[in-house]
Design a protein around this ligand. Structure first.
Ligand code: XLS
Ligand code: CA
Ligand code: CA
Length: 440
């Protein structure tokens, strides 16, 4: 195992328990520890995001790169891509994470022509295949970057220009091929610039029809090549465009239903996109899960004092507990996982900061898992919720829901029975119970 890029770090990061003072150890994440019927590793299926952790430079709107990554020093772009990939696999192995996720343009640079770009991607897929075999690290999902190249400035699948849509389709085909070749367990569609800035130049209905057509072509191609991974759509309300079509989970489910695509897609819910949409992370997970469509998670957080996509590592245990309750109740994420779509801050310039960031996120979710599991085992919330809706189990509630009554029957019933007594929702009591589990 190469010690080139992260020489100071042991492999893999050890679990040392909650009393440990070692900043490069897990205090809660103990991969092989059983929680219910699975190990922590099986429950959590963590992935490292290639773009933030290995392509990120620390640049923001007010300044250029602040990180000096050793894997970015080679002059030739393909040499740089190879070194970056070596760094990525070295990191995943040392961290002890089984999965990574990438965009096509993260792992391979664009060439001077489309065909050259495809060849670059094929070369890097071969390198990834070799490194996957050597390290055991696997691909959780691949995706196409259909938003950085200036041709996509007015959208890819929703571009007003058919030539651009065709270009996006050709790129998409190659990204699906790459994911398929690497045994990717999922393929993600995030809308990028699939939205609009002004209605003065936009036919919104038409753009959504175009998007549906692109997705249908992707489904057809998936079936044709026998790709067994799961297709995921990742909602986001805005940024980079002002109005994005996949605004949130409910909007995306409505879109998929309208265009008869629902059977072919699950959702990838990102915490920071939930908060940008004015929802909580748990709300978005619950909407997707209730529809049987919660497929995977981008585990990060925003900053509620800033209005943009800060993509920070998740550290809020309250949030991870609520998320894990929903995930455990649907019996896990199946082929999906928890991808750290998160970046270290511009001032966290050392490669070791990548370890601290991931260790924190993994421990926050491990704690979330342990606490959520106890809450579910003890049925403290389930019993309350069951009782809260108990009046629908028999009597008039049962009759209403089994379609035995109409409005007139209910009017007669109310005249006989009178007005209902109001029951407390006990929110504060339940919040105290939740805290009693978290603050143990
Ligand atoms: C951007 C998105 C993106 C997707 C993958 O905000 O989170 O990174 O997860 O294209
Ligand atoms: Ca994301
Ligand atoms: Ca984000």
């Amino acid at each position: 195992m190469s010690k080139k890029f992260f020489p100071g770090v042991e492999r893999p990061i050890p679990y040392e328990g909650r009393e440990s003072k070692n900043p490069l150890a897990f205090r809660y994440y103990n991969k092989l520890q059983r929680v219910g019927d699975k190990t922590m590793g099986e429950h959590l299926r963590f992935a490292v995001a290639y773009w933030h952790s290995f392509m990120g430079t620390g640049a923001d709107m007010f300044g250029g790169p602040s990180f000096k990554r050793e894997w970015h020093t080679a002059v030739d772009p393909m040499d740089r891509a190879r070194e970056t990939m070596d760094a990525a696999f070295e990191f995943c192995q040392k961290l002890g994470v089984d999965y990574y996720c990438f965009h096509d343009r993260d792992i391979a640079p664009e060439g001077e022509s489309f065909s050259r770009t495809c060849r670059n991607l094929e070369t890097m897929v071969q390198c990834a295949l070799n490194l996957q075999k050597a390290t055991g690290v696997k691909l959780l999902w691949g995706t196409a970057n259909l938003f950085s190249n200036p041709v996509y400035s007015q959208g890819a699948g929703t571009s007003p220009n058919a030539h651009v849509m065709a270009y996006a389709a050709a790129q998409l085909k190659n990204a699906i091929d790459a994911t398929h070749a690497l045994g990717g367990e999922n393929y993600v569609f995030w809308g990028g610039r699939e939205g609009y800035e002004t209605l003065l130049n936009t036919d919104m209905k038409r753009e959504q029809e175009h998007m549906a057509r692109l997705l249908q072509m992707a489904v057809d191609y998936k079936n044709k090549i026998g790709f067994k991974g799961q297709f995921l759509i990742e909602p986001k309300p805005a940024e980079p465009t002002k109005h994005q079509y996949d605004f949130d989970a409910a909007t995306t489910l409505g879109f998929l239903r309208e265009y008869d695509l629902l059977d072919h897609f699950q959702l990838n819910i990102e915490a920071n996109h939930a908060t940008l949409a004015g929802h909580s992370f748990a709300h978005e997970l619950a909407v997707a899960s209730a529809a049987g469509k919660l497929g995977s998670v981008d585990a990060n957080r925003g900053d509620l004092l800033l209005g943009w996509d800060t993509d920070q590592f998740p550290t809020d245990v309250y949030g991870t507990v609520l998320a894990m309750i929903i995930i455990l109740k649907q019996n896990g994420l199946g082929k999906g996982g928890l991808n750290f779509d998160a970046k270290v801050r511009r001032s966290s310039v050392d490669p070791s900061d990548l370890f601290h960031a991931h260790i924190g996120g993994m421990d926050a979710f491990a704690q979330g898992l342990l606490i959520a599991h106890r809450i579910i085992e003890d049925r403290v919330l389930d019993n309350f919720i069951e009782e809260r809706y108990g009046s629908f189990k028999s009597g008039i509630g049962e009759q209403i829901m089994s379609c035995k009554t109409g409005l007139e029957d209910l009017e007669k019933w109310i005249i006989r029975e009178g007005a209902p007594a109001v029951q407390s929702g006990r929110q504060e009591m339940l919040e105290n119970i939740l805290n009693s589990y978290i603050l143990r």
